[in-house]
Design a protein around this ligand. Structure first.
Ligand code: PLP
Ligand code: COI
Length: 354
């Protein structure tokens, strides 16, 4: 399929790197493609970033048939544009598509479309370590219909946003709050898919956490409310004694690409890794016994984010001394060095696109 390109004459200006937050500034163009039963995915185009119209009856507004991804493009000191494990994002997007009865994408084509868009928007890619061009592919259901069924028509978009750190704290430790009253997802549901409803379901507890001064919620499993699943926008790791423990993928956790990368690097470095059930009580007792060395989250937006405090009902623990722990630092440095082209890509995670 040929991508039709319509350029806007009105181009914006990228904010200074130090002024970049997360997800508020968008580039000049976006990629769009439509789906219907007869033509499949068709009419791929790059056009000016702008509002678009949909019927108020479009199914996405009513039943949330929507999936998305999040990945980043990085600029190296030599001016190369690099993607980190981007194919894995589209593979995960197709898994989410299957889970939500959305037609899958041709991964090669979606990758090409994204690369063409990123190349066109090169001037929007910030250059400082810690900044990048966030890529948000998403698919929405567009049938104007109020009955509950899967839509027959969809739209696929890719939008781009130059970003800095996800958390206001930057790389400083964040405080997280364990929800006792709410759960995010249950096995057999859609927790392992990157679908809009999972984030809608997280908002109420997220607001409760925020009121108490916490950055994000750490979710427990929905059945027993004992075992740690993940944090709002990241997977979670605990360094207990000399073992890196992270919840195993039970079906209700997002299989994070950064999570896999941390596990791969840890094994390569000879750190013991345990993917298993881990109870919140176990974390608190490990802390009491002085065995909980570090806690950190992993995610595309969050990168590696040290956790300095965990609150669970009226119990609270502090981890570390208020500065990022040694292990979190090591993963942050190694991952970002690969992503920004400052270290050799020993794992073949990088694709240079210019
Ligand atoms: N868990 C949730 C709920 C997320 O939204 C994200 C972010 O994408 C992650 C985990 C981390 O996944 P990844 O490392 O692929 O970005
Ligand atoms: C990401 O890390 O890419 C995410 O999607 C997290 C969040 C912004 C939803």
């Amino acid at each position: 399929m040929k991508i039709k390109v319509t350029r806007t004459p009105e181009t914006g200006t990228r904010p200074k790197d130090e002024d970049l937050g997360f997800g508020t500034v968008f580039t000049d163009h976006m990629f769009v493609m439509d789906y219907d039963m007869e033509k499949g995915w068709h009419d791929p185009r790059i056009e000016p970033f702008s509002e678009f119209s949909l019927s108020p009856a479009a199914m996405v507004f009513h039943y949330g048939q929507a999936i998305f991804e999040g990945l980043k493009a990085y600029k190296t000191p030599e001016g190369k544009i690099q993607l980190f494990r981007a194919r894995d994002n589209y593979k995960r997007m197709n898994r989410s598509a299957r889970g939500l009865c959305i037609p899958e994408l041709d991964i090669d084509f979606a990758m090409e479309a994204m690369k063409e868009l990123i190349r066109l928007e090169e001037k929007w890619i910030p250059e400082t370590l810690g900044t990048s061009l966030y890529v948000r592919p998403f698919i929405i259901a567009t049938d104007p219909f109020l009955g509950v069924r899967s839509s027959f028509t969809f739209k696929f978009f890719i939008i781009l946003s130059p970003v800095g750190a996800y958390y206001a704290e930057g790389f400083n430790p964040v405080k997280i709050w364990v929800s006792k009253s709410h759960v995010r997802a249950v096995r057999g549901g859609v927790g392992e898919f990157k679908t809009a409803g999972n984030y809608a379901a997280s908002l109420f507890a997220g607001e409760m956490a925020k009121k108490e001064g916490y950055a994000q919620v750490m979710w427990l499993d929905a059945l027993e409310q004992k075992y740690i699943e993940e944090v709002g926008a990241m997977n979670i790791f605990f360094m207990i004694d000399d073992t890196l423990v992270t919840p195993n993928l039970t079906g209700s956790i997002l299989p994070g690409i950064t999570r896999y990368s941390v596990i791969d690097l840890a094994r390569k470095w000879g750190i013991k890794v345990k993917e298993s059930k881990i109870g919140i009580d176990e974390v608190f007792s490990a802390h009491e016994q002085g065995r909980l060395k570090e806690v950190f989250g992993s995610g595309t937006a969050a990168v590696i984010s040290p956790v300095g405090e965990i609150r669970y009902g009226d119990r609270m623990i502090h981890i570390g001394d208020g500065t990022p722990g040694e292990t979190a630092m090591k993963f942050y440095d190694a991952l970002t060095a690969i992503q920004y082209g400052r270290a050799e890509d020993t794992e073949s995670w990088i694709e240079v696109i210019n």
